[in-house]
Design a protein around this ligand. Sequence first.
Ligand code: PLP
Length: 397
Amino acid sequence: MDSRPSPQGVVAGSIPLFAGHPAHELLPIAAVREIVDSIWAQADRTRLFNYGDEQGNRQLIDFLAARLQRSENLAVCRENVMIIGGSTWGVDMITHHLAEPGDTILVDAPSYRDALHIFRDAKLDVESIAIGAGGVAVDEMERRLRDLASRGRLPKFYYVVPNFQNPTGITLSRERRQAIVDLSKAYGFAIVEDDVYRDIRFVDDLPPSFYASSRGENVLRLGTFSKTLAPGLRIGWLIGSAETVERFVSSGMLRMGGGANPFTAAIVADYCSSGRWEEHVVWLRNQYKYRRDCALAALDAAMPHSAQWTRPDGGYFIWLRLPENVTVDELEGLAKAENVYFASGKGFFVHPEEGAHHLRLSFSYVPLEDLKSGIAILGRVVQTARRQRKASRARRK
Ligand SMILES: Cc1ncc(COP(=O)(O)O)c(C=O)c1O
């Protein structure tokens, strides 16, 4: 059972299979401490206690631009990158720059819950399109776009988590990405690519990003150190056209805000420039892959055949479809009584009832033993829920 300090609503002593952040033992605390000590020893350290460049830490921007060129052969230069206080911060900033209350946007069904909150806060009209094994249904997207065009309600942007999506773990196929880029050009909407799981991949290759496929045109791509370093540092990055980056950098918040988190950005910049981040990412992939394998083996052993789940090639999450006659609401109560918590599918949909038979399991956070026993308990409570359903149906007959 988990008795560690409890972030984000984790109940002490429970098995929080909903928690979508790194396990404590996967945080490079000692290495970050060394970086902080070395920064502390520098004569000019007081600069870090002041505002920084609006675009963000220069060393980190140059590191990221060089990495994108090296690993993805992307023509990205300093003007295309800015440092932000995490990807969610970026989604919020983009939303407020690209859309106004009442505007339409497109998202996947299901989609990242906290982004849906941001879109709701901004009072946007959110159109959701179902996803399957290869990602969003492009035919349906096209049909929806034609309909929206006929009503003069074309979307301002499409928000997507292209790799190992939160909550399903699904990766959008290469063909669909290209088809969506074509649709974005034909119908004039931007693509907001929230690519926070790209580096947690268990396969060698990924389809080219939207940013690569469209050569940076009308695409904003987000990345973060939350998944591969530490979420508490609150540092991420945005890639876009030089004009868009300039527009964001000149926005009121950054002008006076003095750039995103200069102190922690300096720590992250040194950590990355020393080569340690790349090494850590390689190590992490193996750790998470092992966790994914344990979770899948536990599901295979515990779940009835009528349940279905995704087998992600990366990221943090598995998406489970419950047997037809079991709802996530009844399962939540039964699992809670056993001290096991998961993320109900309902929170990931614009129309919550679409998630009534789904749940998200995270293999990133809980200790391995809890991951296995938590899934075993879930399997048992699914069986209990099925039996209860059958018994109540028999009584009604
Ligand atoms: C799709 C997606 N975007 C953004 C985030 C959060 O990133 P950050 O900590 O950089 O705000 C998460 C984390 O759960 C996520 O799954």
